[in-house]
Design a protein around this ligand. Structure first.
Ligand SMILES: Nc1nc2c(ncn2[C@@H]2O[C@H](COP(=O)(O)OP(=O)(O)OP(=O)(O)O)[C@@H](O)[C@H]2O)c(=O)[nH]1
Ligand SMILES: [Zn+2]
Length: 210
């Protein structure tokens, strides 16, 4: 008789997968956390906290439920251009997977088209989709770059994320003011130092409207 193998890990949620833990079980876990902190989860101010916290966590990880196809809504247009397109200073709110604590910062995304352009808002939506997952900054940066590379097959993609990790600010090493920069260069941004330099020059100064 073949014994079924026991899964040793739960795969990250995708649009196909459904949560295997009920809302009630999640709320009970938050209640346990509150008890562990010496709190009274039945006092008025905390009575709805398990419900609120689960709702907030689900929102902050709602990117697992999204797909590139769905968020794009077909907004890729044929266009014969080969100049850099840059969307900079996209607000970033993500959650570090080590502490489930906020990562707050900005994302700068550039690409050089190759017959196709993407709706500008979709660049911000792609950043949001990957940000609303449990992340490390390096992977988030690479995922944004690889998504655009895959969708547009452009001449190149450049992504820079500049972020502050609340797990380094409010706890642990406690370093307010520390920022982490990560980059992912694809295509010409990786192979051509002048193109890469142009991108870094463009993101290194404040936009004219500020
Ligand atoms: N590379 C990388 N590290 C991260 C990110 N977010 C958090 N970390 C780090 O993950 C590490 C986890 O280290 P541990 O020693 O296991 O956890 P810890 O005891 O809470 O560590 P401290 O934060 O140093 O107190 C820490 O160094 C965090 O700064 C990220 O996005 N990228
Ligand atoms: Zn952390």
């Amino acid at each position: 008789m073949t014994v079924p193998s026991i899964p040793t890990f739960v795969p990250a949620l995708t649009t196909e997968a459904q949560p295997i833990v009920s809302e009630a079980e999640m709320q009970a876990a938050v209640r346990t956390l509150l008890l562990g902190l010496g709190e009274d989860p039945d006092r008025e101010g905390l009575r709805d906290t398990p419900k609120r916290m689960v709702k907030a966590l689900k929102f902050l990880t709602s990117g697992y439920q999204q797909s590139l196809d769905e968020l794009l809504n077909g907004a890729i247009f044929p266009e014969d251009l080969d100049e850099m397109v840059l969307v900079r200073d996209i607000d970033l709110f993500s959650s570090c997977e080590h502490h489930i604590w906020p990562i707050i910062g900005k994302v700068h995304v550039a690409y050089i088209p190759n017959g196709k352009v993407i709706g500008l808002s979709k660049i911000a939506r792609i950043c949001e989709m990957y940000a609303r997952r449990l992340q490390v900054q390096e992977r988030l940066t690479a995922q944004i770059a690889d998504a655009l590379q895959g969708l547009l097959n452009p001449q190149g993609v450049a992504v820079v994320v500049e972020a502050s990790h609340m797990c380094m600010v409010m706890r642990g090493v406690q370093k307010p003011g520390s920022w982490t920069s990560t980059s992912a260069m694809r295509g010409v941004f990786s192979s051509d130092s002048r193109t890469r330099q142009e991108f870094f020059n463009l993101i290194s100064h404040s936009p004219a409207s500020r």
